[in-house]
Design a protein around this ligand. Structure first.
Ligand code: NAD
Length: 265
């Protein structure tokens, strides 16, 4: 690698950039020269990240967006391009845990809310960004999926969440192939437990205990470090997938979980 910054001058759109994994990626990409455009529904947090980036000499903007609302996502992408001219990197990351409950209790509205933000939101974010990415002659899309729904199926009650996260990986593989001729790479990151604010968007049903499996793990839940991952570690992975260092990688789901999911099925 030369001395230049790794994503210098690239325009990066990040959904859910105001907190957690999105924030970690925003800071890493900004540090490496990208112009950061955060699409978030929680403006206070996103504006704090914007200030942090600007104080460090970078460029960042916030576009109020609920990723489950097509008209808002479409407008946000247009606003990004009107202001910054292009989209090179798309980090499709906004998501919620939603309600974890026994299947008889999980309501249709709760199912729709989780799938609407996590999976439909992924579709909308990609759908409305792709025309601009094609105009540039390529780019990199990274989707935040999870170990849940892909390697881990023992978080009983997280049915809607896990289904949304599995759907994202199938979606990623479909469009990785479809968009390859347009030189757009598409990959997914699948985190295990990461220290973020996701608990604020988690609704655990009191009756979950009734359906929980009595599973006991070996000592330590993340055998590599014996603790949750950090947003900085996730940011490093997103930066790698966004940069030219991963120029031959597309259609791949990468686990970032300290080997946790290898102990659990
Ligand atoms: P977080 O709550 O800290 O951040 C989520 C961000 O997304 C927030 O800024 C929030 O305002 C935004 N957001 C939520 N719903 C939105 C919507 N409808 N429209 C626009 N913005 C919205 O949580 P996080 O842990 O950083 O979660 C980010 C992603 O990581 C999610 O897709 C989550 O499923 C995934 N994930 C997290 C973990 C973990 O352990 N934290 C593990 C695996 C996967």
């Amino acid at each position: 690698m030369g001395n230049g910054k790794r994503v210098e001058g690239k325009v990066a759109v990040i959904t859910g950039g105001g907190s957690g994994i999105g924030k970690g990626a925003a800071l890493k990409l900004a540090e490496q020269g990208a112009i950061i455009c955060m699409l978030d529904r929680t403006l206070d947090n996103a504006n704090e990240v914007k200030s942090q980036i600007e104080e460090a000499g970078g460029t960042a903007d916030v576009f109020e967006t609920d990723v489950s609302k097509p008209e808002m996502v479409e407008k946000a992408m247009k606003d990004v391009v009107d202001k910054h001219g292009r989209i090179d990197i798309l980090f499709v990351n906004a998501g919620i845990n939603g309600t974890w409950a026994p299947i008889e209790e999980l309501t249709v509205e709760e199912w729709d809310m989780t799938l609407g933000i996590n999976l439909k939101g992924t579709f909308l974010t990609v759908k409305y960004a792709v025309p601009y990415m094609k105009e540039n002659g390529g780019g990199s899309i990274i989707i935040t999926s999870s170990v849940n729904g892909n390697r881990i199926f023992s978080n009983t009650g997280a049915t809607a969440y896990s289904s949304s996260k599995a759907g994202q990986v199938a979606f990623m593989k479909m469009i990785a192939l479809e968009l390859a001729p347009s030189k757009i790479r598409v990959n997914a990151v699948c985190p295990g437990a990461i220290d973020t604010n996701i608990d604020d968007n988690t609704n655990i049903s009191p009756s979950l205990e009734k359906v929980k499996m009595p599973i006991e793990y070996p000592k330590g839940s993340q055998p590599l470090e014996f603790k949750s991952g950090t947003i900085e570690q996730c940011g490093d992975l997103v930066l790698f997938l966004a940069s030219e260092e991963s120029s031959h990688i597309s259609g791949v789901d990468i686990y970032i979980d300290g080997a946790e999911s290898l102990m659990r099925g």
